[in-house]
Ligand binder design. Structure first.
Ligand code: AMP
Length: 413
């Protein structure tokens, strides 16, 4: 990870005049489908790509944008997964019209690219309409590669995937490939947690509900994290494994059980020696999954049957905040409770405040994951964090596999 950024070019190393920049972005934005109009509910990913696109346009370059959107899994689902939905917002932010091609490969796309003038942008349809994208198919990657003169990866959040547009396309560009300005920032902030100059003690706080994928990450952070704090839905499988009664709290899906139990045991054993794994002490439990459910506070080890833990309670909050206060590097992914229910949001809010305070006194804080960032925004604390990552999953994967496939592919030989 250490010097990786020195081996990769950025958009600032190129002059895009008269060139076609094939830019891989992540426009996989959340959409509110409850209304018939289908509105984009958070445009952060579009916003963050703007500086890179503006740099290319100001050079008098031409832009071909490629992205995935949702999970059509190789089928052409234009009703739910068309990237057309992005056009109004992107056009508004860049203050120029955006051209659209209803496919990402084929003769029509080639014609559309040929007709592009300097300072124009063409957005291609969803890459995942082709199963070849997720399969990392070389022929598909080559068809895409043929559309551009310079490849730009501005999709850090997908760089842990060995997909055609991420880790295969760069092979066809030799020296003519670079990363965008956002991707550079993401790699630099990861370096502050994983690199040689990280400031210790390092605390890694994991919550949320994607238990299985995050448990695998814990195995890889044991050796470098001084403190691993486990909260939210992530805590209950551990407590169950340690012999506690977790009632109806969230645990692991059955089919993942045996494998995950082995990993859990392994983590508990390794951390016992290092004494660096911390769990909540008391939790707020509810008799149903509802904001207005009856609630009470109990030890996390003795949750009655029929009740579920939906937040961390005051002793746990103090215990976690004290550790955060003494940390100089803090990574946080996953809320400490069901923060969407105001009655179960105190734990998440308190931790967010503690991280903001630690940052104010000089600690480096890195926060990733859509829900975690939303919880910071609710408290208006997002500006008080050193860096908010657009790629929670990619960040977590970096702990496991320090050079992600999409980053490795960008190193010029
Ligand atoms: P993740 O995507 O893994 O960060 O998970 C975020 C989700 O985890 C949020 O929607 C939270 O409501 C949920 N969550 C956090 N704590 C709990 C819990 N104790 N029980 C159930 N869901 C939880």
């Amino acid at each position: 990870m250490e010097n990786i950024i020195d081996k990769i070019k950025t958009v600032n190393d190129f002059n895009f005049k008269n060139k076609v920049a094939l830019v891989r972005v992540d426009f996989n934005v959340p959409v509110d489908r409850s209304k018939s109009s289908h509105k984009i509910s958070d445009d952060t990913r579009i916003q963050y790509s703007i500086p890179t696109l503006k740099k290319i346009i100001s050079d008098y370059g031409k832009i071909v944008l490629i992205s995935h959107f949702g999970r059509p899994k190789g089928s052409l689902n234009r009703d739910h997964n068309s990237l057309k939905i992005i056009i109004p917002l992107l056009s508004k932010q860049l203050k120029i019209p955006i051209k659209f091609s209803d496919n990402c490969i084929g003769e029509n796309v080639k014609k559309n690219v040929k007709m592009l003038k300097n300072k124009e942008i063409l957005l291609l349809e969803n890459l995942r309409f082709y199963k070849e994208e997720e399969e990392g198919n070389e022929k598909f990657a080559l068809k895409l590669a043929n559309l551009g003169d310079i490849y730009v990866n501005e999709a850090f959040s997908v760089s842990h995937r060995s997909h055609a547009s991420i880790s295969v396309i760069p092979k066809f560009f030799d020296q003519k490939k670079c990363i965008g300005l956002l991707m550079k920032k993401e790699i630099q902030s990861l370096n502050k947690v994983l690199g040689k100059n990280k400031k210790k003690p390092i605390s890694i706080l994991l919550g949320g509900s994607k238990i299985y994928s995050k448990i695998k990450i814990i195995e890889s952070i044991i050796h470098f994290a001084d403190n691993i704090l486990i909260g939210g839905g992530m805590a209950y499988p551990f407590i169950k494994e340690k012999g506690g009664n977790v009632g109806n709290s969230i645990v692991i899906e059955k089919d993942e059980n045996e494998k995950t139990k082995r990993i859990l045991k392994n983590i508990i054993e390794k951390c016992r020696k290092k004494n660096n794994l911390f769990f909540p002490k008391d939790v707020v439990i509810a008799d149903s999954f509802h904001n207005h459910a009856t609630k009470k506070i109990v030890s996390i080890y003795s949750i009655p049957n029929g009740w579920m833990g939906l937040d961390i309670a005051s002793s746990s909050i103090k215990y976690f905040c004290d550790i955060i206060n003494e940390s100089n590097t803090i990574f946080w992914n996953g809320p400490l409770g069901v923060f969407e229910f105001p009655n179960f949001s105190l734990g998440t809010k308190s931790i967010a405040k503690a991280i903001a305070n630690a940052t104010e006194r000089g600690a480096f804080s890195l926060v990733g994951g859509g829900d975690t960032i939303s919880s910071l925004k609710i408290e208006k604390l997002e500006k008080k964090i050193s860096y908010l990552s657009t790629g929670g999953g990619a960040m977590l994967e970096s702990f496991k596999n320090q050079i992600l496939p999409g980053i490795k592919a960008m190193i010029s030989s």
